[in-house]
Design a protein around this ligand. Structure first.
Ligand code: TXA
Ligand code: MG
Length: 313
């Protein structure tokens, strides 16, 4: 869906005035505000009901905008050169003169940056001509939105404008890595598979120690209302089924993430199917959702990460 220039211009005007705009990205829809405006950023936390210790990702049009916000060491330049625009967020040292609101970074001396690939997000960044803070456009702890309707259902009137860019192609949030010189730590698996980054870095990614490194990686997240049971080879009686791979079970309340067993296709369907099965459980009085095992390679690592959090209570 090509962005309409007049609508982009109105949305950019809302952002410049301190408002909130939901924008499609290739990963999930983001709830965008001017990252340099404290009051606008405060509105993001308020609209989402998000704890203020959980920092936001800053979206930039390109590397030039990134360099104005953060110190970009050579390895980060290389990763950005290969994966931007796209689903990779880089946690880098914040520049003292970055102009970014301290609410965005929750008081940290680092900032997470990403340049999104979706044409609507790109057009909005260029028109607003400033970095945009944007977490996923859902109430804190709920399933991330991959369509404009999901945003409407979750945030509705709390957003000043919703740009509709269709369904998100990748469907799962960006991979977040922290760069310290030549050390690269995986903070969140996401839309760029670990293997692709490791090929560039030439070493396995370090794993994060938890808490302090990635304050937002809360245990329970993406939570459906229904109970979610993982690694289920088949649904029990009274359960909905989130299937994966060639259909083995004939089940009335089943959605298949990918009949061909393609993890990229599965990622693109994940959040929409979780929502659909969650509604089905409520409507039919089902006991919960059983989810089939997903291989851990490629985007499978990110899918399994989201499913684990969705199952945590
Ligand atoms: O694909 C995405 O990344 C989407 C789209 C909208 O771009 N955004 C997104 O944002 O997923 P959000 O706010 O839902 O997730 C941001 C994550 C949180 O886990 C947060 O803790 C982490 O990024 N984060 C942000 N700044 C950080 C920093 N300076 N250090 C470590 N983690 C950081
Ligand atoms: Mg989120």
């Amino acid at each position: 869906m090509a962005p309409d220039p007049a609508e982009i211009e109105s949305a950019a005007a809302i952002l410049r005035a301190g408002g909130l705009v939901a924008m499609p990205t290739e990963t999930v829809y983001g709830l965008a505000a001017d990252a340099t405006n404290d009051r606008a950023v405060a509105r993001i936390y308020e609209a989402k009901g998000r704890p203020s210790f959980n920092p936001l990702i800053v979206h930039v049009a390109d590397l030039a905008m990134a360099r104005r916000v953060a110190e970009v060491p050579p390895l980060a330049e290389k990763l950005a050169g290969l994966f931007w625009p796209g689903p990779l967020s880089l946690v880098l040292p914040r520049r003292p003169d970055s102009g970014i609101s301290h609410l965005v970074t929750a008081g940290l001396d680092t900032v997470a940056l990403r340049s999104p690939a979706h044409p609507t997000a790109r057009a909005l960044l260029v028109a607003a001509d400033r970095p945009l803070a944007a977490p996923s456009a859902n109430p804190s702890g709920a399933i991330s939105p991959t369509t404009a309707d999901h945003v409407r259902e979750g945030l509705g009137a709390r957003v000043d404008w919703i740009l509709d860019g269709g369904s998100c192609d990748v469907g799962i949030e960006s991979t977040i890595v922290k760069i310290d010189g030549d050390r690269v730590t995986l903070l969140r698996p996401g839309g760029v598979p670990r293997e692709a980054i490791e090929r560039v870095v030439g070493a396995p990614l370090l794993s994060s120690g938890g808490g302090v490194e990635a304050p937002g990686m809360l245990q329970s997240h993406y939570a459906p209302r229904a109970r979610l049971r993982l690694h289920a080879t088949a649904p029990s009686k009274g359960e909905a089924f989130l299937a994966f791979g060639p259909a083995t079970v004939d089940h009335p309340y089943s959605l298949n993430l990918s009949e061909t067993g393609d993890v990229n296709e599965a990622a693109a369907h994940l959040f929409a199917y979780l929502r659909a099965l969650d509604s089905l459980c409520a409507a039919k009085g089902l006991a919960g959702i059983a989810a089939a095992p997903i291989p851990d390679s490629g985007l499978g690592e990110a899918i399994n990460d989201r499913l684990r959090r969705a199952a945590a209570r």
